[in-house]
Design a binder for this molecule. Structure first.
Ligand code: GDP
Ligand code: MN
Length: 384
C-alpha cells in the first residue's frame, strides 16, 4: 500500500523524524484557513497524489500569503498528474532551503537485506543520480540479524561527504529513526527526497514516499484505514461492485479464465507469445451466463480491448455450461466487434465445443490448446 505524502509524514513524525507542520484540505477556502492557522506566513501547497515528480508537473507551489495559498490551491485542485486527479492538498509551512539531500531505505530482494541509500545530490530523481553521478550515491545494507548499528549512520553520512558536524549529527539521528520507522511499520520503502538543510542548519524531511507491505496491514489497523478507494482504477471499482474478479492491465487482449491460477497462466501465455494482456479476469467456479455477461461487460468497458480470449478448464465447471453462458452473453451484449477465441478443455469439453459450433457465430473462434488460443487472440488483436 502506497501512502500519501501527508500520511508518510505523519508516520515520520511519530518516529521523531523532523517534518514541517501542515494541514490536509480539499478546497481553496480550506487552504486559506490552513495557511492562516499555520501563522499566516508563506506556505507550500502540495498536491496529494500517489505519484512522484509532482513539482515538475505543477503540483507543488509556494504561496506567500493565505490569499495566495487559496489561489494556488485553486490552480492545483483538479489537476491531472499522469492520470492522478488532485483531490486533496497538503498545506505546509514553507521552508527555506540551503541544501537538498536524499535518504531512503528499501528492501534489496537480491541481498535479502534492507538497503540504505544516501546522497547529498538530492531534489532530483535518484535514478538520475545513480546514472550520472554514481560515486555520489552511498549504498549500505543492514544485516537484519545484527539490527541497526550506529556505524551504519556514520558510514552513510561520511560516505556521502557531509562535513558539517551539526548536519552529521542530525542526519545520523534521522537514519537511525528511519530504520526503526521502516521496521516497525513493516515498510517496503521509506524515501525522503529532498531531505533539506535550512539556512539555519536545521535538517528535515520535506517529502515522503512510503510503501507498506500489504500482508502486514492487519498489524497496522490505523494505517490500513488510510487506504483511499477513490484513487483505485474506476473500472476495477466497477468490477468489484459487479462481483467480478478483475485487474486492469494495459494491453489489448481481454482475458477470461476460470480459477485464479489458470487466469494468471493465461495472462503469462498471452505475453509469452508476444501479446499484451488487457486484464486479468477470473470467472470463478461458475461459468453460468450471468457470470459471463458480467465479466464481458466489465472487460469491454476498457476501450483498449481488441480481442478476447476465453480459457476454460472444466473441473466442477462444465464446459457446456460455459458455452451456453458465452452464447447467452453474446445475445445480451453487443459483442460483434470483438473476435472471441474460446478454448474449452476438461469436463464436457466436447459438448461445449459442439454447442459453439452449432451456434456458428462468425466472431467466435474455437482453439484446441491454450497456446494456440493465445496466439490466435494476439493475431486477431493485431489485425483488428
Ligand atoms: P515531488 O516533486 O513529488 O518529489 O514533490 P516534493 O515534495 O519533493 O517537492 C518538489 C520540490 O518543491 C522540492 O524538491 C523542493 O525544491 C520544492 N519545495 C517543496 N517544499 C518546499 C518548501 O517548503 N520550500 C521551498 N523553498 N521549496 C519547497
Ligand atoms: Mn520529492
Amino acid at each position: 500500500m502506497d501512502l500519501y505524502e501527508y500520511q508518510g509524514k505523519d508516520l515520520f513524525r511519530r518516529f521523531g523524524i523532523p517534518v514541517s507542520e501542515g494541514r490536509l484540505v480539499d478546497t481553496p477556502e480550506g487552504a486559506l484557513a490552513a495557511a492562516d492557522e499555520l501563522g499566516g506566513g508563506p506556505v507550500v501547497v502540495k498536491a496529494q497524489v500517489l505519484t512522484g515528480g509532482r513539482g515538475k508537473a505543477g503540483g507543488v507551489k509556494l504561496a506567500d500569503s493565505p490569499d495566495d495559498a487559496e489561489a494556488k490551491a485553486n490552480d492545483i485542485l483538479g489537476l491531472d498528474i499522469r492520470g492522478h486527479v488532485v483531490r486533496k492538498l497538503w498545506i505546509e509551512q514553507a521552508s527555506d532551503i540551503a541544501k537538498e539531500y536524499y535518504l531512503s531505505i528499501t528492501f534489496d530482494r537480491g541481498a535479502k537485506k534492507p538497503l540504505f541509500m544516501f546522497t547529498t545530490q538530492g531534489g532530483v530523481e535518484i535514478e538520475q543520480v545513480a546514472e550520472e553521478n554514481p560515486d555520489a550515491l552511498v549504498r549500505l545494507h543492514v544485516d537484519p540479524l545484527e539490527g541497526f548499528q550506529p556505524w551504519v549512520a556514520r558510514a552513510l553520512v561520511y560516505g556521502g561527504g557531509v562535513d558539517d558536524p551539526s548536519e552529521q549529527k542530525q542526519i545520523a539521528a534521522i537514519v537511525e529513526k528511519l530504520y526503526r520507522c521502516f521496521v516497525e511499520t513493516d515498510a517496503m520503502l521509506c524515501e525522503i527526497n529532498p531531505l533539506i538543510v535550512t539556512p539555519d542548519g536545521e535538517v528535515k524531511a520535506l517529502d515522503s514516499k512510503f510503501t507498506i507491505d500489504d500482508s502486514s496491514l492487519f498489524r497496522h489497523p490505523d494505517v490500513a484505514e488510510w487506504r483511499d478507494t477513490t484513487a483505485a482504477d474506476p473500472l476495477e471499482t466497477y468490477a468489484r461492485e459487479q462481483g467480478v474478479t478483475y485487474v486492469k492491465l494495459d494491453g489489448d487482449v481481454g482475458i477470461l479464465g476460470n480459477g485464479a491460477g489458470l487466469s494468471m497462466s493465461t495472462v503469462d501465455v498471452v505475453a509469452h507469445v508476444g501479446g499484451r494482456p488487457a486484464n486479468f479476469c477470473d470467472l470463478g467456479g461458475g461459468g453460468d451466463a450471468e457470470g459471463v455477461v458480467k465479466a464481458l461487460d466489465v472487460i469491454t468497458r476498457d476501450p483498449q480491448v481488441k480481442s478476447i480470449f476465453f480459457n476454460i478448464f472444466g473441473g466442477i465447471t462444465r464446459c457446456d455450461e460455459v458455452a451456453r453462458g458465452i452464447l447467452a452473453a453474446l445475445d445480451r451484449l453487443d459483442m460483434s466487434r470483438y473476435p472471441i477465441v474460446v478454448r474449452l478443455d476438461g469436463t464436457n469439453a466436447a459438448e461445449g465445443r459442439q454447442i459453439l459450433a452449432d451456434a456458428a457465430k462468425s466472431n467466435v473462434h474455437p482453439a484446441s490448446t491454450m497456446l494456440e488460443g493465445a496466439r490466435e487472440a494476439v493475431e486477431l488483436a493485431e489485425s483488428a
